[in-house]
Design a protein around this ligand. Structure first.
Ligand code: HEC
Ligand code: HEC
Length: 332
């Protein structure tokens, strides 16, 4: 199969003069479209909430603590650190392009971004607050009350409004214009020979059977360990934890490979420190394929072309707490 891929790619070098324009629509991966926010004010409020650590018990942890938008929407840690320096059980996935996921979390237990956004605030291992207390904090701050009133017609802030706004902001966190997308759209100079060969190999060996679509993942749950079992100390059991069905044991949401160069370490247990290691593990466990060093390097080179334009915005200036604002409890 790989031999064939090489021959085809060698042949195609000879036909450069007469390119049969491969349309992006024929490819298993599609370009990412820029976000078209429906309501700028809602996005702005969601951005403030995403960055506001006062939604946590400590007053120290915001969504951005574990989904750092300066670092590909992750914390680059094996597993996240939560309230009171607790060691989290699982790796933090990126929030970039998460609106394209069929469901949220590694096991898909939240059906969309709105449903997801309420989770971390009240999770004792993450922000360790309650929705009531988080809402109390917001209600105590007149600038927040005014913004909610303007958007929802009421300053009786509730968690539903909070998660609506956060989800609206997250929907803008897409990363178009990667070099790969430019190539897909017809700019053949956007990738070099090694990267193009890496993409061909990626398709040829079968990575695209699971990592496909605009997000290069996020569209299905698949077993981790198809050809041989994945060895891990992590207790996570994937979809099984949601459905209780034996067939769902170790089924995880296929992660997006967009910006994968930035979102190390890899896998739900964060056990693969490098992209090289993740690619070899995927080849062996998912496809029964052992890559040579050169093949691995080509795929890694291709994967690094998936880094898109990172979200650009002004850092929000958060309104100050008032005398009525519940005080943060950073310790205990
Ligand atoms: C203490 C670290 C931490 C904080 C704080 C945190 N998250 Fe997460 N987030 C995680 C981890 C870990 C997961 C994966 C959990 C799982 O799959 O079981 C996750 C999953 C997600 C996902 C799902 C992505 C996907 O591909 O499935 C989204 C979206 C998300 N978080 C958004 C948020 C928002 C919004 C906030 C703030 C309200 C937030 N997170 C706060 C660590 C954190
Ligand atoms: C049968 C489906 C399937 C195939 C085929 C497959 N993958 Fe995956 N991939 C997954 C799943 C599921 C995960 C998440 C595993 C986990 O951590 O639970 C994943 C995770 C990854 C990750 C880590 C991403 C992250 O953010 O943690 C990389 C990189 C990756 N795959 C690359 C590849 C490459 C390269 C190939 C081809 C050699 C490939 N995959 C083939 C299903 C697949």
């Amino acid at each position: 199969m790989i031999m064939r891929a090489l021959i085809i790619s060698l042949l195609s070098i000879g036909t450069i003069a007469a390119p049969a324009a491969v349309s992006a629509a024929d490819e298993p991966i599609q370009p990412i479209e820029a976000a078209k926010p429906k309501n700028e004010n809602m996005v702005e409020l969601g951005k403030m909430l995403f960055f506001d650590p006062r939604l946590s018990k400590s007053g120290f942890i915001s969504c951005n603590s574990c989904h750092n938008l300066s670092m590909g929407g992750t914390d680059n840690l094996q597993t996240s650190v939560g309230h009171n320096w607790q060691q989290g059980p699982i790796n933090s996935p990126t929030v970039l392009n998460s609106s394209m996921n069929l469901a949220q979390f590694w096991d898909g237990r939240a059906k969309n971004l709105k449903e997801q956004a309420g989770g971390p605030i009240a999770n004792p291992g993450e922000m360790a607050f309650t929705h009531e207390l988080a809402v109390d904090v917001l209600r105590s701050i007149p600038q927040y009350r005014a913004r909610f009133k303007q958007l929802f017609g009421s300053d009786q802030i509730n968690i539903d409004m909070v998660t609506d706004a956060i989800a609206a902001f997250e929907e803008t966190l897409v990363t178009p214009d990667s070099r790969f997308d430019k190539w897909l759209k017809g700019d053949k100079q956007a990738l070099n020979q090694t990267e193009v060969e890496g993409y061909k190999l990626f398709k040829e060996v079968g990575c695209t059977s699971c990592h496909n679509g605009a997000a290069v993942g996020g569209a299905s749950f698949q077993k981790f360990g198809v050809h041989e079992p994945y060895k891990t100390a992590s207790k996570a059991e994937g979809r099984f934890g949601v459905t209780g069905k034996d067939a769902d044991r170790f089924m995880f949401k296929v992660p997006t490979l967009r910006n994968v160069e930035l979102t190390y370490p890899y896998f739900h247990d964060g056990a693969a420190a490098t992209l090289e290691e993740a690619v070899n593990t995927m080849g062996r466990l998912q496809l029964g394929h052992k890559f040579t060093k050169e093949e691995n390097a080509k795929i890694v080179a291709f994967l690094k072309t998936l880094t898109g334009k990172q979200p650009q915005f002004t850092l929000p200036v958060l309104p100050p707490s008032t005398n009525e604002t519940p005080r943060p409890k950073p310790f205990g």
